[in-house]
Design a protein around this ligand. Structure first.
Ligand SMILES: *[C@@H]1O[C@H](CO)[C@@H](O)[C@H](O)[C@H]1NC(C)=O
Ligand SMILES: *[C@@H]1O[C@H](CO)[C@@H](O)[C@H](O)[C@H]1NC(C)=O
Ligand SMILES: *[C@@H]1O[C@H](CO)[C@@H](O)[C@H](O)[C@H]1NC(C)=O
Ligand SMILES: *[C@@H]1O[C@H](CO)[C@@H](O)[C@H](O)[C@H]1NC(C)=O
Ligand SMILES: *[C@@H]1O[C@H](CO)[C@@H](O)[C@H](O)[C@H]1NC(C)=O
Ligand SMILES: *[C@@H]1O[C@H](CO)[C@@H](O)[C@H](O)[C@H]1NC(C)=O
Ligand SMILES: *[C@@H]1O[C@H](CO)[C@@H](O)[C@H](O)[C@H]1NC(C)=O
Ligand SMILES: *[C@@H]1O[C@H](CO)[C@@H](O)[C@H](O)[C@H]1NC(C)=O
Ligand SMILES: *[C@@H]1O[C@H](CO)[C@@H](O)[C@H](O)[C@H]1NC(C)=O
Length: 461
């Protein structure tokens, strides 16, 4: 019965696991588009509110073009390549041509400059301060990023320092955090820090605002143009985006332009800068998908996603959540199903454990007692034997004859019993003052006269 139940639970688990694997293989949460709009451009998913062309986008700010570049189709925003769009995170990855540089030109004996910049003003986008960093590469370089209301930068040197691959902390490379809510910036160099003196070792310096995860300092970056060359001047940048430049309260007043149209979706304020509010949409807890399209937010089947969610219990998916329960005859405690009728498993284990422990202690105690008792018995027997030996004139015997012989003449009770046929009355030879004399035949076939002391305690001879 119990075995059958666990067998059933086991097969449930296997089934759940299999369905989970199947679900993982099949379920590709649809990114969601407007009817008749392409879901992809090349390899890149284009989820609504983004769209290829104005008619497919929520508004012009999300309109992309899908263009063939060198034979592959790529989505572009103002000729900037979009490489990834995340609706739940509200982020977009773009390859921006924004590397700033200063290089010494030995032919003209001058410093040449290029100040990279980006301007996302009046667009849904701004620079993510979480995913990006400002990097400055060079041996005698002070570069900074200029925004609309701040200047932020750092300096790097190669004098009296050891350049290290993967380390960007002042030696040939330095880095600073990006301020929040940046929509516009340009890269600039302090011209008093230049490479006119050191150009044979380090001719060019760079300043870049880019995705931190995509940057890895190499010592070769200060000695050559390899940094610029590997990116071809185009670095990945992570941007935040919002649906519209209003707060949720304002947006919800006009439902015809409200972005969060899906059931089970909600609005989140994403104030990028103090001067510009914004909102984004998200699916409610327990739902996933695209909140910007009708019925875009779908219930998450938690039970299929994680078969171990309810432990040994039965997982049941509900709209927006899930429940854990146990089969009939079981109840759930601390996420474990235990039989209701019997002692809970834990208690049983405890009892068994206690029982086994007690058993071991008891056994050792019993053995100990027996051992001690046995030892005592041996001791007492020895003592008594000595006592009776004396009483039965053994002492005299011992004194008279060789100890070896005397000892050989002391027989065990069993031997004497056997010899006298259990002190058979028929073998009685006579009775004296100290005891009865029996005729005995030893196992060695010697006939002996055995005197049984009257006052001896049997078995102690
Ligand atoms: C196109 O591809 C060729 C060869 O793969 C390459 O040399 C060229 O730079 C590419 N052009 C662009 C714009 O990516
Ligand atoms: C950024 O672009 C906006 C329009 O898109 C423009 O008004 C503004 O002047 C630009 N800022 C800079 C510093 O170029
Ligand atoms: C570099 O180190 C040398 C000797 O160790 C010293 O003379 C020189 O002043 C140092 N230069 C700087 C810029 O610290
Ligand atoms: C840094 O890595 C390059 C190869 O990428 C290697 O040639 C160079 O020796 C390394 N430099 C240091 C200081 O480890
Ligand atoms: C390079 O910097 C030095 C000071 O460090 C300055 O005197 C010189 O004018 C600068 N050269 C250029 C081309 O800016
Ligand atoms: C590098 O960028 C330039 C200018 O955008 C382009 O002409 C060239 O084809 C690119 N090279 C590669 C290898 O992508
Ligand atoms: C609501 O939004 C629609 C579409 O954007 C617009 O045409 C309409 O004027 C707005 N209504 C109000 C009251 O703001
Ligand atoms: C989803 O919204 C539609 C109206 O837009 C409504 O008819 C439907 O009942 C809703 N579905 C659920 C599951 O709430
Ligand atoms: C959004 O921000 C406004 C103004 O700051 C506030 O009144 C409102 O409660 C916020 N709404 C949400 C959903 O956070």
């Amino acid at each position: 019965m119990e075995l059958g139940c666990s067998g059933f639970l086991l097969s449930c688990h296997v089934l759940l696991c299999l369905s989970a694997i199947w679900a993982l293989a099949m379920a590709d949460v649809p990114s969601g588009q407007r009817p008749g709009c392409p879901a992809k451009c090349g390899d890149i998913d284009i989820p609504f509110p983004f769209g290829i062309g104005e008619q497919c986008a929520f508004h012009s700010g999300f309109a992309l073009s899908c263009t063939s570049i060198n034979g592959t189709m790529k989505p572009l925003k103002w000729n900037i390549e979009v490489t990834k769009i995340s609706v739940p995170e509200g982020k977009a990855w773009m390859n921006t041509r924004t590397i700033s540089w200063q290089c010494y030109d030995p032919v003209t004996d001058t410093m040449n400059y290029r100040n990279g910049w980006a301007n996302f003003t009046n667009s849904p986008f701004w620079i993510s301060e979480v995913n990006n960093k400002i990097f400055v590469i060079g041996c005698n370089t002070l570069a900074y990023m200029m925004g609309s209301s701040y200047v932020i930068g750092c300096s790097s040197t190669c004098k009296n320092v050891t350049l290290m691959n993967g380390t960007c902390s002042g030696a040939g490379c330095c880095q600073v955090d990006v301020p929040t809510g940046v929509r516009f910036y340009s890269g600039n160099f302090d011209q008093n820090y230049n490479t006119t003196e050191i150009w044979r070792y380090s001719r060019c310096s760079y300043m870049v605002l880019m995705e931190e995860a995509a940057f890895n300092f190499r010592t070769s970056y200060v000695k050559s143009t390899v940094f610029y060359d590997i990116y071809n001047g185009t670095v990945p940048l992570v941007l935040n985006w919002r649906a519209r430049p209003w707060t949720c309260d304002v947006a919800q007043k006009n439902m015809s332009s409200y972005a969060c149209v899906s059931n089970h979706s909600g609005c989140v304020n994403v104030t990028s800068t103090t001067d510009e509010p914004g909102y984004r949409c998200k699916c409610s807890d327990g739902y996933e998908g695209n909140p910007y399209i009708t019925d875009g937010c779908q219930d998450i089947n938690e039970c299929l996603k994680d078969a171990t969610l309810c432990g040994s219990g039965i997982c049941e998916n509900r709209a927006g959540h899930y429940t854990c329960s146990c089969g009939r005859g079981y109840y759930m405690t601390n996420g474990v199903c235990v039989p209701t009728s019997q002692t809970p498993v834990l208690v049983v284990t405890f009892t068994v454990g206690l029982g086994v422990g007690c058993g071991i202690i008891l056994l050792s105690l019993v053995f100990g007692v027996f051992f001690v008792k046995h030892k005592l018995q041996i001791l007492r027997a020895k003592k008594l034997r000595e006592k009776f030996f004396e009483q039965n004139r053994g002492l005299l015997l011992e004194q008279l004859v060789d100890k070896d012989i005397a000892e050989r003449m002391i027989f065990s009770l069993e031997e004497l019993e056997k010899a006298t046929n259990k002190f058979d009355e028929a073998r009685k030879l006579g009775s004296g003052g100290h005891g009865t004399v029996y005729k005995g035949i030893l196992s060695t076939q010697h006939v002996v006269a055995i005197k049984k002391s009257k006052n001896t305690i049997q078995r102690e001879i």
